[in-house]
Design a protein around this ligand. Structure first.
Ligand SMILES: Nc1ncnc2c1ncn2[C@@H]1O[C@H](COP(=O)(O)OP(=O)(O)O)[C@@H](O)[C@H]1O
Ligand SMILES: [Mg+2]
Length: 353
């Protein structure tokens, strides 16, 4: 049987470039080389495309901060994409997980792993994800949506009416709706970049300023005092949910450092929770995935509120971390799908979505 020609794209122009290098090299290393003829494609931070020319059998998992070195410039990315049967875009964040590369691949009529344009774009944008999840009746933290351009702050209400506000007026609205502390997030972000927790008005001002460096659209959220639980889903029309994993961040919250630089952060699979809650989370994960037009895969993240055991959805990651120790593949490993089997299944279901 002829090998399947598969392009694995990694790196990319987002703040999650480094994470994508680890994810992408893990995918390449674990793909069955008997079955797939792999074209590893690296996109640098400037958006230039390269073929990673290292002998495929010798590609090892790159570490955070490491860059692939054996590179050959790709002058015509479209030509190389057209030469393969299927693409696995292992890209996180903007220009990868947000519908842009998905749009390019749709245009070229090349099957690819993961969500399509709409699902990718929706889940990349935290505000719009919340709007759809509200519509689906899924419980989530209360929130306020604003836009910040230079010194101008615009408050956008639930009917999308816009009003320019002074910081003090905005502060009142936020505290009334969400209390304190609050989480302040750039609407388009990932790996916790640009996110901070604000305990008072002064910190809130700084947090908004900081988030606005990454996106003019900003989401401010009620703080949920809960355990962080994650569930992996796979499928298209029929969706399967994994067991539940728990994150124990080493810091006050699961910040970029807690995620990637602090070995004290722990992952527990399966999470030690009541089976009924676990079942409920799995059901919500599938519903949430469907409600954002999810295809292929996603990792759906939750909070389980301490004291009340109330379940809150936090976000949907359409291309979650994919290193061998990342939550998504590990959750499936616990359910009996090895990393390599998981890759095969994702590629297989990418043709009919
Ligand atoms: N509303 C919230 N209540 C409590 N903790 C939160 C809340 N929102 C975010 N966090 C913390 O911040 C981390 C990053 O936020 P998240 O929305 O998941 O952003 P990212 O897409 O960058 O992962 C979460 O894993 C959690 O630790
Ligand atoms: Mg997250």
């Amino acid at each position: 049987m002829d090998k399947i020609k598969l392009a694995v794209i990694f790196g990319g122009m987002s703040t999650e470039h480094d994470v994508s290098i680890v994810s992408g090299s893990s995918v390449i290393k674990n793909l069955n080389k008997e079955k797939y003829e792999i074209k590893p494609i690296y996109i640098n931070k400037n958006g230039e495309w390269f073929l990673y020319t290292k002998n495929i059998e010798q590609i090892e998992i790159l570490q955070i901060g490491e860059e692939p070195i054996e590179l050959q410039e790709i002058k015509n990315p479209i030509e190389i994409l057209k030469s393969v049967d299927v693409v696995f875009p292992v890209l996180h964040g903007l220009y990868g997980e947000d519908g842009t590369i998905q749009g390019l691949l749709e245009l070229l009529k090349i099957p690819y792993v993961g969500c399509k344009v709409l699902g990718s774009a929706l889940c990349m944008d935290k505000v719009y994800t919340k709007i759809i999840l509200d519509k689906a009746g899924i419980n989530q933290a209360k929130y306020v949506y604003i836009r910040k351009n230079k010194d101008k702050i615009t408050y956008i209400d639930e009917q999308f009416n816009e009003k320019e506000l002074q910081f003090d007026e905005l502060c009142d609205i936020i505290i009334k709706k969400c209390g304190l502390p609050v989480f302040v997030k750039p609407s388009n972000s990932g790996s916790s970049v640009g996110i901070s927790k604000a305990k008072n008005a002064e910190e809130l001002k700084k947090a908004i300023e900081y988030a606005s460096k990454f996106d003019s659209k900003i989401l401010i959220e009620e703080n949920i005092n809960g355990r962080e639980l994650e569930c992996a889903v796979i499928g298209n029309d029929v969706v399967e949910a994994s067991c539940i994993g728990e994150i124990l961040p080493a810091e006050d919250f699961y910040s970029f450092d807690a995620k990637y630089n602090n070995s004290e952060s722990k992952v527990i699979i399966p999470a030690e929770i009541n089976p009924q809650i676990s079942e409920e989370i799995r059901t919500i994960a599938c519903k949430a995935f469907k409600s954002v037009d999810g295809k292929g895969l996603s990792r759906v993240d939750f909070f389980l509120e301490k004291g009340t055991n109330k379940i809150y959805i936090n976000e949907i990651n359409t291309m979650p971390g994919f290193t061998t120790i990342s939550m998504y593949p590990q959750l499936w490993e616990k359910c009996g799908k090895s990393y390599s089997k998981l890759l095969e299944e994702l590629i297989k279901i990418s043709y009919n979505k």
